[in-house]
Design a protein around this ligand. Structure first.
Ligand SMILES: [Zn+2]
Length: 317
């Protein structure tokens, strides 16, 4: 199959670099989305089979993160138990532990799940010491402290996590997307961020996938054709899988890291995100535009992303 990924020399130009220096704070900050959280999950998989020796909250001057139950109860419930599996639901890492307990870690804005030493000690929020072949610790680090760690029963996972989330973005079908959104008057870009519809897509990958699908992000859901829903689903899957292959996107603020405290690589492959003013890497006729939808930046090419039909240069997928 022909690659849907376009390579652009323009982005390395001095002009492009100057623009990237001017990008707003919000656009330099990566919020972990499905590819980043999936990379964290895969990175910590070696802890499966390890025994938990202690759950510790390191000394931290910052406002405490939301943790339930409190650290002493969490330690009591987990000490001596083995880790059974590490999964993911949307943008959460789910650590399954003996006795049907699940630790749900939601990184939110700046959280990281790590095996290696963290970027800073002052923002280290949780240390789980382990006995096993894979190393001796699992860490949760969070600069802003908006992330959460919860220890849940299967029933609680059902009501507090599963009931609030739509089908995973890697698994959802075009028919499911259309069934959920086909009557909605929301703009497609805004609707894709709704975790109750599809779990895992955030601001960055919504913009990227609509670029590959060749669809204008302002298109109302109820105006999208069956063929367009299919293109959205296919582009979603390809963009997310490709981003996982590159271990996610580490933007200018450098916050996002994989489980070994290394950078992701997909930021070098962004086509439209935070590239306002750059020439479109696909059609070269358009200039990437930034607009605001539901208080979030959206980036797109006004020439080859259309509300109807398909621009001749969009690879049909
Ligand atoms: Zn274009």
């Amino acid at each position: 199959m022909q690659s849907i990924f376009y390579k652009s020399a323009q982005r390395l130009s001095p002009e492009g670099n100057r623009r990237s220096m001017q990008r707003s704070r919000a656009e330099r900050e990566s919020v972990p989305e499905l590819p980043e959280v999936e990379t964290m999950r895969r990175g910590v998989l070696p802890i499966v089979g390890s025994r938990i020796d202690a759950v510790i909250r390191p000394p931290c001057d910052r406002k405490p993160i939301l943790m339930t139950p409190r650290i002493d109860a969490m330690d009591r419930r987990l000490r001596g138990k083995h880790i059974v599996d590490v999964g993911r639901r949307g943008k959460r890492v789910m650590i399954n532990i003996e006795d049907e307990q699940t630790m749900v870690i939601e990184p939110r804005m700046t959280g990281l799940v790590l095996l290696a030493d963290p970027p800073t000690l002052e923002h280290l929020r949780l240390r789980i010491t382990l006995s096993g072949p894979a190393g001796d610790q699992l860490l949760f680090w969070d600069r802003r402290g908006l992330g959460t760690v919860r220890l849940l029963t299967p029933k609680q996972v059902e009501t507090l996590v599963d009931a609030k989330l739509g089908v995973d973005a890697l698994a959802i079908t075009a028919e499911q997307l259309k069934a959920k959104l086909g009557k909605s008057q929301r703009a497609i870009k805004v609707a894709l961020l709704d975790q109750a519809v599809v779990a895992g897509v955030g601001n960055l990958y919504a913009a990227e996938l609509l670029f590959f699908a060749g669809i204008d992000p302002r298109t109302r859901c109820d105006r999208l054709t069956q063929v367009q829903w299919r293109r959205i689903q296919a582009a979603m899957r390809q963009v997310l899988e490709e981003a996982i292959r590159y271990e996610g996107s580490t933007l200018g603020d450098g916050t996002y890291r994989n489980a070994l405290n290394g950078e992701g690589g997909y930021q070098a492959h962004h086509q439209v995100y935070a590239r306002a003013g750059d020439p479109c890497p696909r059609c070269y006729d358009g200039v990437i535009r930034r607009i605001v939808q539901a208080q979030r930046s959206t980036f797109f090419c006004p020439v080859c992303q259309q509300k109807r039909g398909l621009h001749r240069l969009v690879v049909p997928i």
